[in-house]
Design a protein. Structure first.
Length: 344
């Protein structure tokens, strides 16, 4: 045992690092990225803009970028927003002001970072199991903060809206965080509810709509709420390059919207095709991925890998479960062909 093993807290030593699976030369359908790349004319504009960045200086304030995001995401202007280095950073900021042993609630299965960050911060984390329909169960214990991914990852569904409204309304001392990472692919959002409730914030990100590499997350809340959470933010957490890229790329609202519509259409096709395979149980999705339970799921996963297709194996989370990101038509077809052949 070396120095670090005696020095570091035991609960941190017990964690496993977040591993990014290598995907060179693979069809990458594991991480809910958008398959759409930036058009050449936009790339030229970006190049020009990048030349104007004084990289010897700290990033300027985000006023321009804020305007762009308000417009892109149709955020009501009586609200305020703040940025994180990905919404992951905002999840951390939301929990950083808690007392040690304050209770944090998340659901199982849901996004893993809620629990991991709560562990870092020595908070009391409780995972509530979803019911058989992957919906929120009836009784939710009291907590300081509750994280609700809407749509949920990795199941893809939206929880029943009235259940969430009840949680918000009946727990006025609890901060309820609606994590809308997949808002662009969903038929519902809680943005318009922020005005009604003092204990609600919404998280969004540009990662799942084409810009995962920029690392830009958005917290949306009442002005007073955002003012206070800003005190927990690192200075200059959004770098100049991200700022310049985002200011230009996110004004392309129509293209971003059209790409999302394409993915939603393709999701319907993939859902229909997978549903024809009797060895699979396929779940409806409001996101840019589909969860399905497969017979011999580990073998299917390996078979896809051998064919250079990377999806996500969730067998350790839900028995037999796999998750595939929806992509362009030809890429989805490549995936579907390999799955069909596997069961023939
Ligand atoms: C992907 C994802 C995030 C992380 O988004 P980043 O902005 O890339 O950090 C947050 N929440 C959910 C539910 C996600 O699926």
């Amino acid at each position: 045992m070396g120095f670090i093993h005696n020095w570091l807290r035991q609960d941190i030593l017990n964690l496993s690092p977040y591993v990014v699976q290598s995907s060179e030369n693979m069809l990458k359908l594991d991480a809910m990225e958008s398959p759409f790349v930036i058009a050449d004319n936009l790339k030229d504009q970006l190049q020009k803009k990048l030349k104007t960045v004084d990289i010897n200086r700290y990033p300027s304030n985000h006023e321009q970028l804020k305007k762009v995001i308000f417009d892109m995401m149709d955020i009501p202007d009586n609200l305020d927003i703040m940025f994180g280095n990905g919404s992951d950073e905002l999840i951390q900021i939301l929990m950083m002001g808690l007392n040690k042993n304050d209770k944090v609630i998340g659901f199982n299965p849901s996004f893993v970072m809620y629990k991991i960050i709560a562990t870092w911060l020595q908070l009391k984390y409780q995972n509530i199991d979803l019911d058989d329909n992957f919906d929120i169960p009836k009784v939710i214990p009291n907590a300081k903060i509750i994280f609700i991914a809407y749509p949920n990852n990795p199941t893809g569904n939206n929880f029943t809206r009235t259940k969430i409204e009840q949680i918000i309304a009946h727990n006025p001392q609890t901060l309820v965080v609606l994590d809308e990472a997949y808002y662009a692919y969903s038929n519902d959002s809680f943005i318009d509810d922020i005005d009604k409730f003092n204990n609600l914030v919404v998280l969004r990100t540009i990662s799942k709509v084409g810009f995962a590499g920029l690392r830009l997350g958005i917290m949306i809340g009442k002005k007073a709420t955002i003012f206070e959470f800003n005190k927990l933010k690192m200075p200059y957490n959004i770098n100049s390059l991200t700022q310049v890229y985002a200011e230009l790329l996110l004004t392309q609202k129509r293209i971003i919207k059209e790409n999302a519509i394409t993915i939603i259409k393709n999701r319907q096709i993939v859902f229909a095709e997978l549903s024809k395979i009797s060895k699979l149980k396929v779940y409806q999705s409001q996101a840019n991925f589909i969860l399905f339970i497969a017979k011999n799921s580990n073998d299917l996963f390996d078979h896809l890998l051998q064919n250079n297709i990377l999806i996500k194996n969730l067998n350790s989370v839900i028995a037999g479960a796999l998750r595939v990101t929806i992509s362009k038509g030809n890429e989805n077809q490549q995936f579907l062909n390999v799955v069909k052949r596997f069961y023939e």
